[in-house]
Write a protein that binds this ligand. Structure first.
Ligand code: ADP
Ligand code: MG
Length: 401
């Protein structure tokens, strides 16, 4: 589960990680009272969305660009005007996808005199089977870019889960980054506190980009991205109120409510499958044959007619040029899946190609149900055949794919 920067910063404050003074505004009516509190000087207005790259992204209102997602204002008056102009808009960044994300809140934060920007992150690191702490002097940049061009500038330490956090970790990272001696102790303290937050709240990611040192020699977390492990939310029920579903893909929210796993992608072929492994294999084979998946929806191992029908409806709402149903019946019976498809197609008219591959438990019964329905369904011999058929059917004219 993702949360907003302002919520992450509230947690930072709780754990003693230094952040700049700031105000959250949700309604233009609140701008007046907040304005009375803003001290003279520079303020930075930051759109609150679940995506990074806001500084380079632009906010649109009614299709017109009104400014960037992070803007520096020379005084409180301008800050309030900027906040007013972007509230209610849609922010488009490299991370938001074409639809953008709604700007329902802005953070007005005290402008800081930055001396240097750093990168600090804590992640669940599967490769090293532990929580890794990554630090870099190249803050403020896309970390993927740093990893590609200057990997030696990223310093990583994986905490041994049996030993836990030790104070030397933060110090060692600071030394590797070449920090001035006077900055080492407070840096190390921040790493330690973020680790405590990570453990206590069962995070899957904490990313501070940038973590800055001000001209006055103070460390501040200027940006904050925190993600929680959904499977551990039951241990921290207080965190659930931080959820903002308006920031998520509507189809993903709908699928989650129906307890289906749904992932939206950039292509044009919808994939309805059972099981995560089959989902990956389906996407691989579609790609291999020159197609591009728009999403995958995993109906799981215990699908019923109802949730197959529901899955299909969710899939049809997404912008797809065709759908590939690829099911291997184990515990899931192919006839149950087929009945779900027929049921869903009884409600809506199918205007795009639908290729179905059924294999395994009750395959023949499933295929017969599809055939008897008289629906314009293309059945496939096997997975490769199905992928080929859907890629053919969804070819975009002139794209040559
Ligand atoms: P994003 O990563 O989404 O672009 P950030 O919060 O990192 O958003 O802000 C982008 C950049 O704006 C930062 O790298 C920093 O240089 C600058 N910035 C952000 N907050 C402040 C602030 N309070 N004072 C001064 N500069 C800031
Ligand atoms: Mg940032």
């Amino acid at each position: 589960m993702k949360i907003h920067e302002y919520q992450a910063k509230a947690l930072f404050r709780q754990f003693g990680v230094p952040v700049a003074k700031s105000y959250v505004v949700e309604d233009p009516d609140e701008l007046g009272p907040v304005g009375n509190d803003l001290t003279p000087g520079v303020w930075v207005v930051k759109a609150q969305v679940h995506a990074g790259g806001r500084g380079k992204g632009s906010v649109q209102v009614d299709g017109k660009v009104v400014g960037k997602g992070v803007q520096v204002a020379p005084n409180p008056k301008v800050a309030l005007d900027i906040a007013d102009s972007i509230l209610g808009g849609t922010l488009h960044t490299i991370q938001t996808g074409d639809r953008g994300k709604p700007v329902s809140r802005v953070l007005i934060e005290q402008g800081v005199d930055i001396e240097s920007e750093f990168y600090l992150a804590l992640i669940v690191d599967r490769e090293h089977a532990g929580i890794s702490i990554m630090a870099s002097t190249e803050g403020g940049m896309e970390i993927e870019e740093v990893a590609r061009t200057q990997p030696e500038k990223i310093h990583t330490f994986t905490v041994n889960p049996l030993i836990g956090y030790r104070s030397h970790i933060g110090r060692d990272l600071g030394v590797e980054m070449g920090l001035r001696p006077d900055l080492l102790v407070p840096f190390s303290a921040i790493v330690k506190k973020l680790y405590a937050l990570f453990m206590e709240k069962d995070c899957s990611l904490i990313e501070v980009n940038p973590l800055v040192v001000t001209k006055q020699g103070q460390w501040l977390a200027l940006d904050a991205k925190v993600t929680f492990d959904d499977n551990a939310l039951y241990r921290n029920p207080d965190l659930i109120q931080l959820q903002d579903l308006s920031q998520e893909e509507p189809s993903e929210v709908e699928a989650a409510e129906a307890r289906l796993s749904y992932v939206s992608l950039d292509g044009n072929i919808g994939c309805l499958v059972n099981g995560a492994g089959l989902a990956m294999a389906t996407m691989d084979i579609i790609k291999e044959l020159g197609g591009d998946p728009a999403n995958f929806l995993d109906i799981g191992g215990t699908a019923t007619t109802d949730n197959v029908a529901r899955s299909f409806e969710i899939m049809l709402k997404d912008k797809v040029d065709g759908i590939f149903v690829n099911v291997f019946g184990g515990i899931v019976r192919c006839d149950v899946v087929a009945r779900g498809l027929v049921e869903a197609l009884g409600q809506v008219k199918l205007e795009i190609p639908l290729v179905v591959r059924l294999e395994g438990n009750q395959r023949d019964a499933g295929l017969k149900l599809l055939e008897d329905s008289g629906l314009p369904i293309i059945t496939a011999k096997d997975m490769r055949d199905g992928a080929r058929l859907i890629v053919e059917a969804c070819k975009k004219p002139g794209k040559g794919n």
